[in-house]
Write a protein that binds this ligand. Structure first.
Ligand SMILES: [Mn+2]
Length: 406
């Protein structure tokens, strides 16, 4: 049995990194995302796969503009036409803020698109494919408001609430597992933040750690494969591969936090309880950050051009960040920089003026380093002898603050 698995399409996002294509009047980033998506759908059709699994987050929110909805539908319609069974899982971005079902994807259930299943609840779907039956347990993004009532959470800390959430989900999942037919292959398709999943440093603050599913809930001998959505960085959380617990990741870079990540989808081969999977790379548009410290430079413009020349910026989304002293400003001619950057797809320039004060920064926290907030704080505290007594308390307080971001 051959299965194509993709996730986190986020069609309609990253527009600020694009421009209007004069020929189509569309944002080029929408075209990039559609291009990546169409490669996935082409592959599913050309490989004649038995099943397509989408791990959630179709759009940036639950009410995409009609032209974005139809761009998505135009691609997935090809699977319906090819009679390829498809599961669309609800991610957090697909959910309506009122918490009652995935507004943007429910339309596929309402229309009863043949062979299309929308994963809106924790339930097991028995799917008939041309290579036999398969069981797919869908675990959509579950919110606190769906699972817990106000009185249940009153006076509880975030940690306690998360514990309570897991206590609610675990028996339900157990129930599904107990009712599985052990003779039929099984896949868990879940949109969750799994424990030990790694996020880019920048994403740490944006997402917070929030509500995490323990790996012990996912690594189960009853599953042949666990397919996850939500985290945009491709990774396998179970190196032992029994079963693989894999985030295919997003299909295009949504923002600069994904600059260094490879983008793609996963092809899964299931044979008699044997599973093989491969990550297939997509030609996602490159994002490039160029950071230069010119504050000690005698010829800042030349040095800046040299720094830019080290990168292949053609057709890339570029952000140029450079630092200089106020008296150097006039030594860098903007028309020269703009000219050089014009071969990129789009670019932004941020010039930071260094004052005496910021020059006292710690080198460990300097340019080009991306530290998560906790490491940044502890580096700072390590350099403040006068604060040593407070270090454990401050780190604990920071940890608490960060875990409350959701
Ligand atoms: Mn998500």
């Amino acid at each position: 049995m051959k299965i194509l698995n993709l996730s986190d399409i986020h069609l309609g996002s990253s527009f600020r990194h694009g421009k209007i294509n004069p020929e189509t009047q569309q944002n080029t980033r929408l075209e990039d995302f559609i291009h990546s998506l169409s490669i996935c759908i082409d592959r599913a059709i050309n490989e004649d796969v038995d099943l397509v699994l989408f791990g959630g987050d179709a759009f940036p929110d639950s009410t995409p503009a009609p032209y974005i909805q139809s761009a998505f539908a135009n691609q997935f319609r090809r699977l319906a036409q090819g009679n390829i069974p498809t599961v669309l899982l609800i991610g957090n971005h697909d959910q309506h803020t009122q918490g009652s079902g995935g507004a943007s994807l429910s339309i596929y259930r309402t229309l009863a698109v043949p062979n299309f299943i929308v994963g809106e609840h924790l339930e097991t779907h028995l799917i008939e494919t041309k290579s036999g039956l398969i069981q797919v347990i869908t675990l959509p993004w579950l919110t606190r408001s769906v699972l817990l009532t106000r009185p249940e959470t009153e006076g509880l800390s975030m940690e306690q609430i998360n514990q309570l959430l897991i206590q609610k989900i675990e028996p339900c999942l157990e129930d599904e597992i107990r009712r599985l037919n052990p003779d039929i292959p099984t896949i868990l398709l879940a949109h969750v933040m799994a424990e030990r999943a790694s996020l880019g440093a920048e994403r740490f603050l944006a997402v917070g750690k929030g509500f995490q599913i323990p790996l012990s809930m996912l690594i189960r001998s009853e599953f042949d494969y666990v397919s996850l959505g939500h985290v945009h960085k491709h990774q396998n959380l179970n190196p032992k591969n029994n079963p693989p617990v894999v985030y295919p990741g997003s299909i295009e870079r949504v923002d600069f936090s994904e600059e260094k990540e490879e983008k793609g989808y996963v092809l899964i081969h299931l044979n008699q309880k044997q599973v093989h999977w491969e990550f297939c790379v997509l030609p996602a548009r490159s994002f490039i950050t160029i950071e230069v410290d010119l504050s000690h430079s005698v010829h800042p413009e030349t040095d800046l051009l040299e720094a830019i020349a080290k990168y292949n910026i053609e057709d890339a989304v570029v952000r140029l960040i450079y630092r200089l002293r106020s008296e150097q400003i006039e030594l860098v001619k903007m028309n020269v920089i703009n000219e050089v950057l014009s071969i990129s797809h789009t670019y932004t320039i941020k010039a930071e003026i260094i004052s005496q004060l910021t020059r006292a920064r710690l080198p460990e926290l300097g340019i080009g380093k991306s530290l998560d907030p906790l490491s940044a704080l502890s580096t700072y505290l390590n350099n403040r002898q006068d604060l040593q007594d407070l270090v454990p308390d401050m780190l604990a307080a920071a940890q608490n603050l960060l875990s409350n971001i959701s």
